[in-house]
Design a protein around this ligand. Structure first.
Ligand code: SAM
Length: 353
């Protein structure tokens, strides 16, 4: 039987692939510019020629010329053909150049580049079906994860998410004992410590280099009411916590039911667990959108292998959705799950009972 091929549809799909390759190249160029400090320098320099930019960055003018051509065609840098100069609009500067600003997207880019750079391990994992530990990824995956998530936490955590929970903000202001589990580089932990100086915030993660990075960041920030410890979600030390939270990490865990059960056992009876997970609908059909496309991909190479590498190896996936997450939380003993807040990329669940 011969397939009947619609040539117009082939052209349309091939055209989409060309666009996607252009996007992938643009992100790689964004990464080069980030790591070589070109966006920063261009941001400070204003409108310059490629030669002037080479002088300011100390980079090879020929490489810069090619790079500027690509990022200008991508719309990441503005090209002024009348005098062959380049500049950043205020918006381009925010998205590509200003580290620490909520709009800066370089962390997202860094996660992607780390996945491409580890492509052989990704193929091997995919083919073998075996787990791949979180610690197996390239260091820029961990920094990228922190850089990617931090802006969202800066904007939402203290101003929107915690106030959306019932009775939690008052306890944190008065002085509470808090656990941030799977805290990674500790950005969420440090933000809470800064916002609620009367509280003590414990950050737990089983990845030693992440805990070391978190400790350094806390020291740099001068916060003294945080403690970072290498510990697993399913048996971290301590009890009597008023508030526990997990930011974008439950689905990476091998035993999310065991982790949630341990949280329930170590919370005070009136304590609250805030679960922040990637935004997702309850079925795959609900997730046929860019967020689904991105998170299913990250879940294929990072999250699901990280879970399968651990005991139990549930492999919840980064697009589990509230219904499935609620099943996990109920199995752990929690009786009440409420969507307290959300952003386009995250859902925030208040878990009690
Ligand atoms: C996607 S990162 C999120 C990190 C951080 N919460 C953030 O939002 O930037 C997932 C984190 O979960 C941690 N993790 C995964 N399984 C864990 C487990 N069983 N116990 C403790 N930490 C775990 C990893 O080490 C990693 O730091």
């Amino acid at each position: 039987m011969t397939d009947v091929v619609d040539v117009a549809k082939v052209e349309q799909l091939a055209g989409k692939v060309v666009g996607d390759v252009a996007g992938a190249m643009a992100l790689f160029m964004a990464y080069l510019g980030d790591q070589a400090g070109v966006f920063d320098t261009l941001d400070r320099a204003g409108r310059v020629t490629a030669g002037e930019l080479a002088g300011k960055t100390g980079l090879n003018a020929k490489y810069l010329h090619q790079w500027l051509g690509s990022v200008s065609a991508a719309g990441y840098v503005t090209f002024h053909p009348e005098d062959e100069t380049f500049s950043l609009t205020p918006e381009q500067a925010l998205v590509f150049g200003r580290e620490g600003q909520p709009a800066c997207m370089q962390g997202f880019v860094q996660i992607l580049v780390a996945q491409y750079a580890g492509q052989e391990a990704a193929v091997e994992t995919f083919k073998s079906g075996k787990g791949r530990p979180w610690s197996d990824h390239l260091p820029c995956c961990f920094c990228g994860t922190d850089r990617f998530f931090r802006p969202g936490y800066m904007v939402n955590l203290v101003d929107n998410w915690i106030p959306a929970l019932s009775g939690v903000e008052g306890k944190l202001k008065a002085g509470a004992k808090v656990a941030d589990i799977g805290c990674g580089h500790g950005s969420s932990t440090i933000l809470m410590a800064q916002a609620y100086p009367a509280s003590t915030i414990f950050g737990f993660d089983f990845h030693e280099p992440s805990i070391e990075a978190a400790r350094s960041k806390a020291a740099e920030a001068g916060v003294t009411n945080v403690r970072f410890e290498i510990a697993r979600a399913q048996d971290y030390p301590g009890d009597g916590f008023d508030f526990a939270c997990i930011f974008d990490a439950l689905h990476d865990m091998g035993d999310p039911v065991g982790a949630a059960r341990h949280i329930r056992e170590t919370l005070k009876h009136d304590g609250t667990f805030m679960l922040v997970e990637p935004m997702a609908g309850d079925t795959m059909a609900d997730n046929m959108n860019p967020i689904g496309q991105i998170f299913y991909a990250a879940s294929t190479t990072i999250c699901t292998p990280a879970s399968l590498a651990q005991e139990v190896g549930l492999g919840l996936g980064a697009q589990a959705g509230q219904k499935r997450l609620t099943e996990v939380l109920n199995e752990a003993g929690f009786t009440k799950v409420r969507r307290a807040s959300e952003t386009p990329t995250n859902m925030v669940l208040e878990v009690t009972g």
